[in-house]
Design a protein around this ligand. Structure first.
Ligand code: 5CA
Length: 491
């Protein structure tokens, strides 16, 4: 395990200090090294990469039930990228270009994929012939490149997204494509639940949908600074790309039909949300399901101390038993003092620490210390595996409950009675600084933009689930008929 040279024992306040906390944690917990000399591009440390891999193994296993994994090229010829008018309008300003091979100008410039519709769909055209080829459901986990001009941030706003999971599906008709949107939503819900990351799902307003899509559904979570972060999106593409790339199939009656498509994506923002939402002033707090080390065992002995050999033996036995039971364990029998070990494994978010000292051993027991609430418990050695399993499950659900409570406690529902009054605007402005506000807004872009300007926040869209209050009212701007939408300051 690497050691950060600058390691210090001070705690890191998180409240009111999130941005600084986040950068420090990435460094001290050895998630990401931000010293790479290209803006918006970073290096995964081994520990961070293990965390990333466990999270993506979960995502893969959920995707593999219904999709097949593929790998498409990173380079996209300019003429293909430019084909879909809406799509390119949305991405033009974000594309990195390869224009030379050695010293020679390329005939056709090549784009580094910002996303892969225009790489994949020309191939869909040759793969899809008949209704028997449908549905076609593929995904890949790749790096993509976006020339982001807003403030870049590790794992959150990247110019090289290293872990872009993108799925692309083709169906015989719109009903099937819409069914796929629901399936994708269920997969993403399942995924974020396993990460203990709470979310709201909204249908993005028409002016903020994915370029080229009919509509976009988005998962947003609430970050500790009161801003929301979009952590996943699902797009119903309809026939627009099929028409552009001429993707047709022969129907049962022999007629040629355009396919109906969807695509949906998740990036390493999922890792950022786990780190940001659960962490505290001592470092990461990892849900057991994603923790690279679920249990660390620390012998409480000093080399000169009597009984040290026995303690070390007992610790090794516990380690072996836990490993055999499928728990990711680590025995820290290094020369360091216990206090330094506690500090390191707390920083790295290990959910459970087991301490064994000479006195514990005389009682045939050990001490469990939970990372999430610091609670200690004496556990008989013979019950160690069973108790560790139970405790890890409990930690997983406690972390979930706490995170979910925080999110839902920070949604403010405007009653909509005094729509548009100055007083109401002042309240909303205050509330939107802490979290999400829910209010009535009509579909017009003008009202949406007006509201965004007045609240200095973004319209996330109409919630898909869990609308507690009545869902129809008067638009806060123009008083015409309106639906409930969520508004927040967004990353
Ligand atoms: N082709 C579609 C679906 S795969 C697509 O590109 N959708 S997207 O643009 O909405 O991106 C999918 C997800 O990637 C977003 O919801 C967001 O969570 C994440 N994402 C987008 N841009 C960045 C970025 N610059 N850095 C990190 N994550 C990003």
């Amino acid at each position: 395990m690497m050691q950060t040279k600058t390691e210090s024992k001070t705690t890191l306040p998180k409240e009111g200090n999130f941005s600084e906390w986040y950068s420090e944690i990435l460094k001290r917990a050895e998630i990401l090294d931000i010293r790479y000399p290209v803006k918006g591009v970073y290096v995964w440390y081994p520990y961070g990469f293990r965390l990333r891999n466990i999270i993506y193994t979960i995502l893969r296993s959920l995707m593999d039930k219904e999709h097949e994994e593929v790998l498409f090229p990173m380079l996209i010829p300019k003429d293909e990228l430019m084909k879909e008018e809406q799509h390119i309008k949305g991405f033009e300003a974000e594309v990195f270009w390869v224009t030379k091979g050695g010293c020679t100008d390329l005939d056709i410039p090549l784009a580094l994929r910002p996303t892969s519709e225009t790489a994949i769909y020309p191939v869909f055209k040759v793969w899809i012939r008949s209704h028997r080829d449908l549905p076609l459901r593929i995904y890949q986990i790749v790096n993509t490149f976006r020339y982001e001009t807003k403030h870049t941030r590790p794992l959150i706003r990247l110019r090289e997204i290293t872990s872009f999971k993108e799925a692309h599906t083709a169906h015989a008709n719109r009903t099937d494509a819409e069914e796929q949107v629901r399936t994708a939503m269920a997969i993403y819900q399942n995924f974020f639940d396993l990460l203990d990351v709470p979310y709201i799902i909204t249908r993005r307003p028409a002016w903020d949908k994915f370029p080229g899509a009919d509509y976009t559904l988005a998962f947003d979570t609430l970050m500790p600074d009161g801003r929301t972060m979009q952590i996943g999106t699902i797009h119903l593409l309809g026939e627009s790309f099929a028409r552009t790339f001429d993707i047709k199939y022969e129907d049962k009656d022999g007629s040629l039909q355009y396919v109906n498509q969807t695509c949906y994506g998740i990036s390493e923002r999922c890792v950022a949300s786990v780190i940001s939402i659960h962490g505290d002033e001592h470092g990461l707090v990892l849900p057991p399901k994603v923790a690279p080390i679920q249990v660390v065992i620390v012998p409480i002995v000093f080399s000169s101390q009597e009984g040290g050999g026995e303690v070390n033996k007992a610790c090794a036995a516990v380690y072996e038993e836990l490993e055999k039971a499928g728990i990711r364990a680590l025995l820290d029998d290094s020369e360091e003092r216990p206090g330094a070990k506690y500090y390191r494994w707390e920083m790295k978010g290990v959910p459970l620490r087991i301490e064994i000292g000479p006195r514990d051993l005389r009682n045939n027991s050990c001490v469990f210390v939970r990372r999430d609430d610091s609670n200690k418990a004496q556990v008989p050695l013979r019950d160690v595996t069973q108790e560790a399993k139970r405790t890890l499950e409990e930690i997983q659900s406690c972390i979930q409950e706490r995170a979910s409570k925080t999110l839902f406690a920070n949604i403010y529902e405007s009653k909509g009675n005094d729509a548009g009054s100055e007083e109401e605007m002042i309240t909303l402005k205050k509330k939107v600084e802490q979290g999400i506000v829910s209010l009535f807004l009509c579909d017009s872009e003008r009202c949406g933009k007006d509201l965004e300007e007045r609240l200095e926040a973004s319209v996330l869209g109409e919630p898909i689930y869990e609308v507690q209050e009545k869902s129809e009212g008067k638009c806060i701007i123009c008083s015409s008929k309106a639906r409930r939408v969520y508004v927040a300051r967004a990353y």
